[in-house]
Design a protein around this ligand. Structure first.
Ligand code: ADP
Length: 382
């Protein structure tokens, strides 16, 4: 798993000249520090909660902090008690991955680490001020271990950046491929469609054959839809500018999205909405994509609702479902292309939603639906 982290940290330990003396020094501080871990954890999170931007990253807010403090006490305990072996770094690496996942900007880690640096230096002084040699050893060891901690955390960010870079490269190759394959597939699909049309006039009253022709026609539609989405993703279709009634757009979208009998669909607040200016075909695509995802998430039994309201010179449309909601790992990259958790997904639906909304001067946002499920809010200038 973190094979990379192990070798890097063996090397880093060598670099900071980590030694038996450091390990002894930290252990000698451990006993005196244990009763103060809780206090250190409190100071640590107080500091974060007082900082508005850093607090915003702790998505669960104060309710989550209780749990985090428990983790922090365990972190401090291991920091001073060791052993500083491979398992130690693997655990630290995992904690770093959590920071990356929740999108904590890396510069906050330095400020936060400094809270511990100061707190532990204070405890070291209280314990060893009458033993200057030992105090010095403890200070040196603390400096080394906390720097190593920062290094391992920065490393997790670096790994994340490399993965992101690889994805961007994949995308640009992907874009070129898609352009040509998508384009070339249109022709054979067109031929199939024509032949299908001719066959229909020839099969007479054979119901089973008709049913199969219908199925072929349906799947042709799906295949064409996928190609349209792919091509839309790599080139900007010119945007029509006309007055669009959203009630019609949503009605049209709702009509083409298939849903099982167990999933209900409610449209609220669409009458009397101010018109928006834009491209009705592309806007319909926005809601087809959102409704398809919502129905998928709410299946086999659940509810999908669209709520619209005029909102300060804009129109806000919420598409909600009672499914499981978006898991936290997917959330951060939700609107990027090729992000999917579905076996047969390609992960273009939401990327297109975002692209189209933004080209209309609008936006799209995800939030958890109160009571469970997903909520996507599309805002368009009225
Ligand atoms: P795809 O549908 O091909 O996977 P999308 O871009 O439409 O591509 O969606 C990306 C991912 O976002 C989905 O695979 C799913 O994990 C998540 N997602 C989208 N909409 C919802 C929703 N309403 N509820 C839960 N997860 C969702």
């Amino acid at each position: 798993m973190s094979g990379v982290a192990e070798t890097v940290f063996d090397e880093l330990k060598r670099y900071v000249r980590w030694s038996e003396t450091d390990e002894q020094a930290l252990r000698s501080l451990h006993g005196a520090a244990v009763p103060q871990f809780q206090l250190l954890a409190e100071e640590f999170y107080d500091r974060i909660l007082k900082h508005e931007e850093a607090r915003a990253v702790l998505a669960g807010g104060e309710s989550q902090v209780g749990h985090l403090k428990v983790t922090m006490v365990a972190w401090l305990d291991r920091l001073l008690a060791g052993p500083w072996d491979e398992a130690y770094w693997e655990q630290r690496y995992r904690i770093g991955r959590v920071h990356v996942r929740i999108g904590l900007p890396q510069h906050y880690m330095f400020g936060a680490m400094n809270v511990h640096r100061t707190g532990l230096a204070r405890i070291a002084y209280e314990r060893f001020h009458d033993d200057p040699d030992e105090l010095q050893r403890v200070r040196t060891a603390l400096g080394k271990i906390l720097d190593l901690e920062l290094a391992v955390m920065l490393h997790t960010y670096r790994d994340d950046l490399l993965a992101q870079q690889a994805r961007v490269e994949r995308l640009s190759t992907f874009g070129q491929l898609v352009g040509s394959i998508g384009h070339d597939l249109r022709n054979p699909l067109g031929v199939i469609e024509t032949s299908l049309y001719i066959l229909r006039t020839r099969i007479g009253e054979d119901d089973r054959a008709k049913k199969h022709l219908d199925r072929i026609g349906e799947q042709l539609g799906v295949a064409n839809g996928i190609i349209t989405n792919l091509l839309d993703m790599i080139r900007n279709r010119p945007l029509a500018r006309e007055r669009v009634a959203l009630a019609e757009v949503l009605g049209g979208a709702a009509a083409v999205v298939k849903r099982p009998a167990g999933v209900s669909l409610d449209l609220e607040g669409l009458d009397g909405l101010p018109a928006v200016e834009g491209d009705p075909v592309q806007l319909r695509q926005v809601f087809v994509n959102l409704l398809e995802n919502a129905v998928f998430a709410a299946s086999p039994e659940g509810a999908v609702a669209v709520r619209a309201r005029a909102d300060d010179g804009a129109v806000a449309l919420e598409v909600e479902d009672t499914g499981p909601g978006v898991d936290s790992a997917t959330r951060r990259r939700l609107f990027e292309p090729l992000i999917t958790t579905k076996d047969k997904g390609i992960g273009l639906g939401l990327a297109l939603v975002k692209r189209i909304a933004e080209r209309h001067g609008g936006s799209v946002e995800y939030s958890d639906r109160p009571g469970g499920g997903a909520r996507f809010t599309v805002r368009l200038p009225a």
